[in-house]
Design a protein around this ligand. Structure first.
Ligand SMILES: [Zn+2]
Length: 436
């Protein structure tokens, strides 16, 4: 029997074990402590110890360590760095299983923290229940499903007796859901590979790119005053309606999006980059003109737009210039220019869809009868640092990205099994195997 068939047959015959591994790690709640407003168990360490034990039993050498924010201070201003972040009981895990040395190495990477469950669950968010072909729980899609698929892919290869030429490396990372410092610490430690599969949910699409995301808050000052009374000119003490000024910006953001619609497209992305208004906060009570308006927006950027730190500085500048130009057209705003507060800059990266690794991955999918889709990820993932240090990386994993962070989050057992097979087969084709 062909080696790939052996491995995929093992996965079919051991479906319960593959699903069971996912259920086990769902049942260890590893909520990122950034979501500390709710009392949920934050067991990043427990899930890492569980995975470490599993890897060791398969023959992996492991390294489990808690990152130290102070030791990463050189990355100030770059992706994933947050001064003073606490990693107590929040270790990263690295595992390595050496091949015979003649093949290429592969890194399988995923984060083990999850967002808080939130409300409106109809099942236990940490129950890992399997109902009608769906495995439920916080993190099933984002992204313990992917972590289970990549580890069970390795298990399937070893259990089938296939000997790899290249080395398999596994990285399970803390703290993705609040900024990505786990990935930064991992890369800083010097771990590298000839290619990487990051198993974020992609519905089994091969995703060689992701977009950068900016969150900004535009703060527009007005001047309160009785809404029912004549106010007169602001220069003589009259009120200024901050909502009216905010309207000006909403209109200009619409124009900006018309321009971005043609200027900021990417051949692998289904939608262009846009500046979307997500929140508007203004005014204090019904009888006063709003003395302040805040517009919170989400703007996306492409890898080709990154600045010298590989971040969104150029796009921030573009947005700030628009805001300033609009202010110059209004006498009040000219004297009271609005300010932008940048809340988040989540980085992005890409490799060419023609890259050898993308080709090997696509050909593998085709050879095992899976549809081949190569497309970009419209949101951010932690793939940036891997690509920045020279590891060709794609996102590929089970689950629909839009299901992430929802109540009643689930992954189908069908996608879990199919992605486990696809990852296993890609490892064989990329790392090479010893002849039988
Ligand atoms: Zn994720």
């Amino acid at each position: 029997m062909k080696q790939i068939n052996k491995v995929t047959t093992w996965i079919d015959e051991n479906e319960t074990e593959v699903i069971g591994f996912l259920q086990d790690i769902i049942r260890i709640p590893s909520v990122n402590p950034w979501f500390e407003d709710e009392k949920y168990p934050m067991k990043e360490k427990e899930v890492q110890l569980f995975i470490e034990d599993y890897l060791k039993k398969m023959g992996f050498e492991t390294d489990l360590w808690e990152p130290v924010a102070d030791e990463l201070a050189q990355y100030e201003g770059r992706a994933g760095y947050y001064a003073g972040r606490d990693f107590t009981d929040r270790p990263n895990l690295y595992g390595e299983l050496k091949g015979n040395g003649s093949g290429k190495s592969i890194l399988l990477a995923g984060h083990i923290d999850v967002v808080k469950p939130g409300s409106e669950w109809t099942v236990d968010p940490f129950g890992g229940e399997l109902i009608d072909g769906k495995i439920y729980g916080r993190g099933t899609t984002d992204m313990k499903g992917g972590v289970a698929a990549m580890i069970m892919a390795v298990k399937a290869i070893l259990a089938s007796g296939v000997k790899l030429s290249g080395t398999i490396k596994v990285g399970t990372l803390a703290d993705e859901e609040a900024g990505g410092m786990g990935t930064l610490a991992f890369v800083d430690k010097g771990y590298r590979a000839d290619a990487c599969i990051m198993t974020e949910p992609s519905s089994l699409s091969v995703m060689p790119m992701c977009r950068g995301i900016l969150w900004g808050k535009l703060i527009i000052e007005g001047r309160s005053g009785h809404i029912e009374m004549p106010q007169g000119d602001w220069r003589t003490g009259g009120a200024v309606d901050a909502i009216e000024k905010a309207r000006l910006y909403l209109e200009h953001f619409r124009h900006l999006n018309k321009d971005w619609e043609v200027r900021k497209t990417h051949p692998l992305l289904p939608i262009p980059c846009q500046l979307h208004v997500a929140q508007i906060n203004a005014g204090e009570y019904p009888t006063a003109f709003a003395n302040q308006a805040e517009i919170v927006f989400n703007a996306q950027y492409l890898p080709s737009e990154r600045d010298e730190l590989l971040m969104g500085g150029n796009v921030k500048k573009e947005i700030e210039e628009l805001i300033n130009a609009v202010a110059k057209t209004d006498p009040w705003l000219k004297e009271n220019p609005p300010e932008v507060e940048w809340l988040i800059d989540a980085d992005c990266a890409e490799i060419s869809p023609d890259h050898e690794f993308v080709q090997v991955f696509s050909n593998t999918l085709e050879s095992i009868g899976e549809p081949v889709t190569v497309e970009g990820m419209s949101s951010h993932t932690d793939m940036g640092w891997f690509i920045n240090v020279g590891i060709p990386t794609v996102n590929f994993g089970p689950g629909e990205p839009r299901i992430a962070h929802q109540s009643d989050e689930y992954v189908t057992s069908d996608e879990l099994i199919r992605s486990t097979k696809a990852i296993a087969a890609t490892i064989l084709n990329w790392c090479g195997t010893e002849k039988e």
